[in-house]
Design a binder for this molecule. Sequence first.
Ligand code: ZN
Ligand code: ZN
Ligand code: ZN
Length: 253
Amino acid sequence: MKITILGSGGVLGIPTWACNCNVCKSEDKRNQRTRPSILVESSGKKILVDIGPDFREQMLKHKIKNLDYCLITHAHGDHTSSMAELQLAKNLQLLIPEKVTEKLKQIRSHMFTYLPSRDPSIKIKNFSPLKIGNLSIDMIEVTHEKDYEDFTPCYGYLFEENGKRVAYIPDLEKVIDMEKMKNLDIFICDGGVIKPLWGHLGVDKAIELFKEIKAKQMIFTHLTHRISHKDLEDYVSKHGNIKVAYDGMVIEV
Ligand SMILES: [Zn+2]
Ligand SMILES: [Zn+2]
Ligand SMILES: [Zn+2]
């Protein structure tokens, strides 16, 4: 499978609006980050995970003209706000975990009638584990930010092909489905903050988790302007095979 990091930024992207910090002003292209999304390609199919505010720019930049599947991790705007643009997809399956669907129906309910009305070939379904050629996809339940009284239902995805296992969890406080985190070749993980904050576990705890599950490699994504690419790379590389994502990074597994 081939994974392209379309967006390695967090909710605000970098450069961040109304900010004059050194990371936002940096000329290092790796510090220019769009909102979080990946494209997974396998068996001739294109699978998008999350569709945030920079979807259009990401599709144009990478010349992606069609999508077969779109998976959603959770209902926050940085992961869902461009859903309306899926009206241009043909024969797309939009797959959303049931608890996330319930949340989305509270805040973006019109999408569930709007998209099929624009293109009846679009199918919106509750996610259940699926197989596409040799690729298996499963969801990984995690905890994330508490919105008012409720935790926002939130998931990562596990991609497995020919014995290689990759987990993508862009927003994460604690993994609930720990069983699914075994024998990972690559763990692409929330790295937006160093210490725990607002439903994000923080880089230090993520490194503890990486060591606990003994993944072969970790890649941090969902990054913010709090720390530069170079400084984060220097910070994490002491702890093993850990890299920092950038927009356009390609991972072949
Ligand atoms: Zn997010
Ligand atoms: Zn900044
Ligand atoms: Zn979130």
